[in-house]
Ligand binder design. Structure first.
Ligand code: ZN
Length: 393
């Protein structure tokens, strides 16, 4: 498709201020030309012109932490054990909802029976309307921890075999879970953190040896400490990160994917649904902890990539704007929240050809009816989504 997005305010995703009255020409799925609208030399009769006046064009958004196998909401864990045909069909719908909200690339970091791998293939083949998906197959966790539908291991050899199996099954990245899912999943008799430093280094080595990135679920103080020092590519959640952990993350170039919206949503449902007081209190503490950790991470200079954990907790799909708003609440400039959702996310995911609006890049872009650099909530005002140059929403 040959497109001209005309006379738009353009934020290219690499940090320069937005430019007024720009045009972007798209050919064969790629960004062909970017420049002042007045300097475009083509013939308007031969292109599809998209009205850009009073609108802002930004790169397609990237959500580095989703689970399309669950819809989120107050009963998210139960939804993960729905029958696989139901999970699979729902995943297609949820991925489309995500795309409509401006997410053109997503990392699906864990699904029962590796459903996300099949979903990623269908998206890549153009069989479904979905973001470009990078899928971890199934979570890898130590036996006795985490959810029953994770891939469990006991010792180092079994851990290496589990990682190899995920790669053979078609995973794009490896996801390990250091700590439990929530308060109810750790067995009483299980030791505090069975996935220790040594085992994590085995996992990092095994994944990197095969050229795969490794994401690490860490949502209690000990697992945050271990993950920050383990050399993983990204630390997911991290609401108990301390100053020295953040320092270690900077040194190791480990990216933080904070998923604040998952605790924000949990608190919202804790109030809306009749949860026991202890669970409400826990939701409040986690929300507070996640905001404090991100505020400290920003000050410490930790790389932050946006991830919502939609589906993996109470957060629903299609609400990426909320995560960006929470980032701004933590002291990030709107521009930096957008960078977390575009160029930094692209680097973490390994998408060199996406994440910015530059000539030659894949034409994944979002057109908004207001300026998100002024007010980040403008991310809710999606006028159009372009994926590989196609107008998909
Ligand atoms: Zn998750």
């Amino acid at each position: 498709m040959h497109l001209l997005i005309d006379e738009v305010q353009l934020w290219d995703g690499v940090g320069s201020p937005a430019q007024p009255k720009m045009s972007v020409e798209v050919r064969d799925g790629r960004i062909h030309w970017v420049g002042p609208a007045s300097q475009w030399q083509g013939n308007r009769a031969t292109v599809r012109v998209v009205e850009g006046r009073a609108r802002t064009l930004i790169p397609g958004l990237m959500d580095c932490h989703v689970h399309y196998s669950s819809p989120g909401g107050p009963d998210w864990i139960a939804r993960f054990t729905d029958p696989i045909p139901e999970i699979s069909m729902r995943a297609v719908e949820l991925a489309e909802a995500s795309l409509r909200s401006g997410v053109t690339t997503a990392r699906d970091v864990g699904a029962p029976q590796g459903v996300s791998i099949r979903l990623a293939h269908a998206a890549r083949a153009g069989e479904i309307r979905a973001p470009n998906i990078r899928a971890a197959g199934t979570w890898i966790a130590h036996r006795g921890t985490y959810v029953s539908f994770a891939r469990h291991f006991g010792e180092a050899g079994e851990l290496r075999a589990a990682i190899k199996s995920e790669i053979e099954a078609g995973a794009d990245l490896i996801k390990v879970a250091l700590s439990g899912w929530n308060e109810s999943t750790r067995q009483q008799a299980a030791s505090e953190i069975p996935f220790d430093e040594k085992l994590l280094s085995v996992a990092v080595e095994e994944a990197h040896k095969s050229g795969f990135k490794i994401a690490c679920h860490a949502n209690d103080p000990t697992s945050c400490r271990i993950a920050a020092r383990g050399g993983v590519d990204s630390l997911e959640h991290g609401m108990f990160l301390q100053a020295d952990d953040l320092e270690a993350m900077v040194k190791n170039k480990t990216c933080l994917v904070p998923t604040m919206s998952v605790w924000d949503a949990m608190l919202c449902y804790a109030r809306a649904v009749d949860w026991p007081e202890t669970r409400k209190k826990r939701a409040e503490d986690l929300r507070k902890g996640s905001l404090a950790a991100v505020t400290a991470a920003v000050r410490a200079g930790v790389q932050i990539a946006l991830g919502t954990d939609a589906g993996g907790g109470a957060a629903r799909h299609g609400r990426i704007a909320r995560e960006a708003e929470l980032m701004v609440e933590c002291g990030m400039e709107p521009r930096d929240a957008l960078i977390a959702a575009t160029s930094t996310a692209a680097r973490l995911i390994g998408e060199d050809e996406r994440g910015s609006i530059e000539e030659g890049k894949v034409a994944d872009m979002v057109l908004l009816d207001a300026d998100p650099l002024e007010s980040i909530g403008a991310l809710r005002l999606v006028a159009a989504v372009f994926q590989g140059g196609r107008h998909v929403a």
